[in-house]
Each structure stands twice: as C-alpha cells, then as structure tokens.
Design a protein around this ligand. Structure first.
Ligand code: ATP
Ligand code: MG
Length: 580
C-alpha cells in the first residue's frame, strides 16, 4: 500500500526582472517556511516591469518588495498619519518617515476573469467579504456585490475600459464607506465623497461605512418635534415630524423636487442639516438645484451628493448610502438632519441593472427579489434617537416617480409600505394651476400629527374634512346647473380653501403665518372674495398681521395654545386688516 502524504504543497512564485541569486532564494524559502506550513516549491517568473526588487506570491498572498511596492507602503504610511492636537502635520510626517520600516505584509491578490458594463468578476480572493473594497492594478476601485463559489462579482467605481482581463486585484480589508465631516457642509460631492464643485479638497473628520445596521427600537424615541415644510397644504394636513420618513410620489413634472427643495429652504437658520442626494438626474437639473440653494443662502447647512445619469451605474447605486452615512455622522452628534433622496425610482433601476449584469434572476418587473429589503434597510436608518443616544434625528424625504399615476406598480407600493406616509402629487391638479399639486385624498402622514405644535393642531381643525366634502360635492354637482344656495355656498367655500392652499415655489410660510391663514379661512373670513383675488387677500392679511399685530404673531410662534381668545383676536384683526 502506498503511503499518502498529508503535507500540503506551498507554491511560492518569485517575480522579478533578474533571477534571484542562490542566497536570495534561500532567504525566500526561509521566509515562506516561517509563515506557511507545507512542502515549499519555489519558482521564478521573469517580469521586466519590476525594475528593482522582488514580488513574492504565495497562494493568493502577495509580498511586494519591488520599488513600486515599497513606495506604495511609504505612501500609505504617510496617508495614515493621524492628527495630534498641537503638533504640526509636517513634524508628524517627518517622524513617520524616520520610523518607516518596510514590512513583509501579505496582500491578498486575485485575478480579473471578465470585465464589462461596470462589473468585473474576480477569482482568487477566497477571504474577501461582501461590501469590501477591492483595488485593481490601475488604481480603480470596486465593491464586492456578489460572492459565488468560484468567483466574486464586483461593481466598479471607475471606467472599466482601463481594466484588463487577467490583471491583478488586491483586497483592502475595508468595507465600502465614505469620508464624512462638518467640512462637507456647503459642498457638492460625488457618491464617493469626492468634491466636484471646484472648491478644493475637503478634510474629513471620519470614515463611515455605506451600510450599517439601523438603530434598534431601544435606541429610538417617538417622533415629537415638527419638521416644518413651510408649505401650508403639507404642514396643515400631513405634518411631518423629525425622524419620520415621508414619501413624495407623483408623475414626472408634478413638482416633487420643488416640495423637497422648499422644505430644505424652510430650514434656514434653524440648525437642521440638509442633505440632498441626486440620483441619476441630468447634471443641468442638479446645477439648477444647487443654484437655488445658494441663492437662498442655504448651502452652508447643506451637502449635495450627486451621481448623475452619466456616472457609472454603481455610483448611482451607492449615492443614497453615501448621503445617509454623511447624515448619520451628524445625527450621532445629536443634530437634526433632513435627507432627500431624489429619486429612489432611479436608484431601483440602477440596482436592477447591476443585479442583471451580475446574473441574478429577475423577479417582478425584472427587479431582483431583494429590492424591497434594500430600500427598507436604507430608509430604516432614518430615526429619532433616544436621549441616551444623543437625541439626534434624521428625517427622510424619498421621492418616487410614478407612470401615469400608477401607485400600484412594484417600486411605489414597496416604498409606500416602508415609509410613514406619502404626499401624492397629481398631474391634473398641477396643470390646473393647483400647485403644490397635493392630492388630499390619497396623501397621508401617519406619525407627524403628534409632532405638530399645539396652535397648528387646533388651527387645522376641520380642514381635511371640509376639503373632502368639497371634493365629493364637486363630483356630484359637476353637470348640475341648478344648485340651491347652501350647496353653492359650500362649493364657494371649498374653492376658496383650495385657492388658499396654492403656494408659489420657494416662498415658505412660517408656522404662525399658517395658523393665521387657517384660522381666518376656517372662520369663513376669506370665502367672499373672487377666486383670483384670494391669494392677494392672503398676502395682505399676513402683511397686516406682521405690521400691526406683532404680539399675536409672537404669541403663536412661542408655542402658546390657540385659546378661544387668541382665535377671536385673530379673526378681529383679520376684519380690521381686510376692511380697508
Ligand atoms: P421631474 O419629474 O422632472 O423630476 P418634478 O416632479 O421633480 O419633475 P419639479 O422639477 O419640482 O417637478 O417641478 C416642475 C416644474 O414645475 C418646475 O419648472 C417648477 O418650477 C414648477 N413648479 C413646481 N412647483 C411649483 C409651484 N408651487 N408653483 C409654481 N411652479 C412650480
Ligand atoms: Mg425632480
């Protein structure tokens, strides 16, 4: 019977321009024997490109003693110099260089099997993990998105045309993440956190993973503070609270972005940090948004994360995670954050593209089966943290585009069920001039009510009910010319309410202004004006209140209850102002 040897064979390959001398070979064997157990088989490959030194490859580990490798190690050492308060950076770098020693660190290397469409498959990296960053020979980075038995699927963050099949890939042992910090405020960055606004490099305070578990129940508290949008039709009927996730949904060109943008503008000066994530949009639309933000002086509390339609698909896919990681940095410091994802339909499309390219089987509407889980993982990270956790919050306004108002399509139903409510925008309303085009019947906010201020809550009164009665009556009386007086009066009242809810873009109303308008409108003070005058009357009323009744305005803004006296004082003031 022949004897089986259980000794493993260790294949060690030396690559260099010149063959190693005998003495060098012995040193290599000693080194390998020290680090690996088994029978060592040493071989040599001529590689002209290695100008000086050697590269030793053992299995999928790579020890780089070439000139380039040594320079790379030195570079990494300098890049990782940590700040020390009070010590100039030049001193720290000098110390690092003086104490620098080349280490024989193994780097796991793999080989590119195929590359194309922003995806590469790689073999040889047996220890690599999902979500880990890989570096390709030419410096392009990628993220592992697929782990198979024989190979790894990786999405690329750069131009795949520069990667060749057969070239080497290195592990970084680092989960994909983005640099974060307060210097990011006021900046426009890409999905990897690199500035794209020509204002120079950004100094990061930290590096946060793209994917992280959402805060658990114990770490959260109920939503109890309002996140005011400044839009009467939303704050009055569908109030949003800090930490809530409210979907903005509607067909294309129905004012979705405008609502999100107006909400950001309404945060001016109140310390809320705003993050606007543009996914798969045209660069010109993003430029327009950034222009509006800077014109209103909002950029210094805003970060804009852009992955435009012309960026590689993987960057569009990770953009919302980058924005969320940047938001979490502030939320964990106890600050309030507002994040807008514009829009998640395009995000879903990018994930579908990646999944199909990775060879996953398509499900409903060709989306991969885990698309629901993907979005719920993302939106779950918006929270109102408990006081022990610092009390910070992150409010999410995801945007979804529908086709011909179809909310029962796959992605809309998914996100409707993940969020705490939706603002539904309608093309018909939009084109009839009712802007913001909020459909009062289909919109809802499930948790924001408890966050409304006392005055606002009691001022809203029967608004939603009145409007739904009006809508019903409108349908019934559509073809009826012979109406009784009561019906006519109710229709006129409803129409004036609808007029009052119209609001031009980028002109937010403060909470006290909204309360005044609501009290007067529901007190039937504004219904006897011709419809086209209603908005002018509203403007006159608000100007008059500001100029002549600052005490009333103060009382509301300071959070007092809307008592019967206060209500009467407002109605009286309204009569006085509109008398002239
Ligand atoms: P897209 O589907 O292209 O992303 P969208 O739904 O985000 O469109 P917006 O870009 O917000 O829509 O708005 C479409 C147009 O309507 C813009 O030109 C905007 O200026 C205008 N608009 C939006 N809201 C209002 C408003 N309240 N008053 C007047 N114009 C408005
Ligand atoms: Mg838009």
């Amino acid at each position: 019977m022949s004897e089986f040897s259980d000794r493993r064979v260790v294949q060690a390959l030396i690559r260099s321009a010149q063959p190693p001398s005998r003495e060098q070979r012995e040193r290599f064997v000693k080194f390998v024997a020290h680090n690996y157990s088994g029978e060592i088989r040493l071989s040599w490959d001529k590689e002209e490109s290695i100008t000086d030194g050697f590269i030793l490859q053992v299995g999928s580990d790579l020890y780089d003693w070439s000139l380039e490798g040594r320079i790379q190690q030195m570079k990494e050492a300098i890049e990782n110099v940590a700040d020390e308060p009070g010590v100039p950076i030049t001193t720290l770098i000098r110390q690092k260089i003086e104490s620098f020693q080349l280490e024989a660190m193994p780097r796991e290397v793999g080989r590119v099997l195929t590359v194309g469409d922003g995806i590469a498959t790689v073999d040889g990296l047996s220890g690599a993990a999902y979500g880990e960053i890989l570096v390709f020979e030419n410096g392009i980075r990628g993220m592992i998105q697929d782990l198979r038995k024989d190979y790894i699927g990786c999405v690329l963050f750069g131009d795949d045309g520069q990667i060749l099949a057969g070239s080497r890939v290195y592990r970084t042992h680092r989960q994909a993440g983005v640099p974060v910090g307060s210097s990011y405020l006021g900046r426009v960055v890409d999905a990897l956190g690199e500035p794209i606004d020509d204002q120079g490099p950004i100094r990061a305070d930290d590096y946060m993973p793209l994917e992280i578990a959402a805060p658990g129940i114990i770490d959260r508290q109920a939503v109890n503070e309002p996140m005011e949008t400044g839009l009467l039709c939303i704050d009055a009927m569908f109030p949003i609270g800090r930490g809530q996730r409210e979907l903005i949904i509607g067909d294309r060109q129905t004012g979705k972005t405008t609502i999100a943008l107006d909400t950001i503008l309404n945060q001016k000066g109140n310390g809320v940090i705003c993050i606007y994530v543009a996914i798969g949009q045209k660069n010109s639309s993003v430029a327009q948004t950034v222009k509006i933000l800077s014109e209103h002086g909002m950029m210094d509390q805003t970060i804009v994360v852009v992955s435009s339609a012309s960026d590689p698909v993987p960057l569009q896919y990770i953009a919302p995670y980058s924005g969320t990681a940047m938001g979490e940095y502030f939320m964990n410091q106890g600050k309030d954050v507002l994040i807008v994802y514009d829009d998640l339909s395009k995000h879903a499309t990018s994930y579908r593209t990646i999944s199909l390219l990775l060879g996953r089987s398509p499900g409903r509407e060709a989306y991969p089966g885990d698309i629901f889980y993907l979005h719920s993982r993302l939106l779950e990270r918006s929270a109102h943290l408990s006081d022990e956790m610092g009390g910070g919050s992150m409010t999410a306004l995801p945007i979804v585009e529908t086709q011909a108002g179809d909310v029962s399509a796959y992605i809309p139903t998914n996100i409707i069920s993940i969020t705490d409510g939706q603002i539904f925008l309608e093309s018909d309303l939009f084109f009839s001039g009712q802007r913001p085009a909020v459909n009062v019947g289909l919109s809802v906010s499930r948790v924001g009510g408890s966050a409304q201020t006392k005055a606002m809550k009691s001022a809203t009164g029967t608004l939603r009910l009145d409007l739904s009665q009006y809508r019903e009556m409108q349908v019934f009386t559509q073809f009826d010319s012979d109406l009784d007086d009561l019906t006519k009066a109710q229709l006129a009242y409803g129409q004036s309410l609808m007029q009052l809810l119209r609001q031009s873009q980028h002109s937010p109303l403060s909470m006290e202004e909204q309360v005044v308008v609501l009290v007067c409108a529901l007190g039937h003070k504004l219904q006897n004006y011709p419809l086209e005058e209603v908005r002018d009357v509203r403007a006159r009323l608000l100007q008059g209140m500001k100029d002549r009744y600052p005490l009333i305005m103060n009382e509301i803004s300071e959070g007092y209850k809307l008592t019967q006296e206060l209500r009467e004082a407002i109605l009286l003031a309204c009569d006085e102002i509109l008398k002239e």
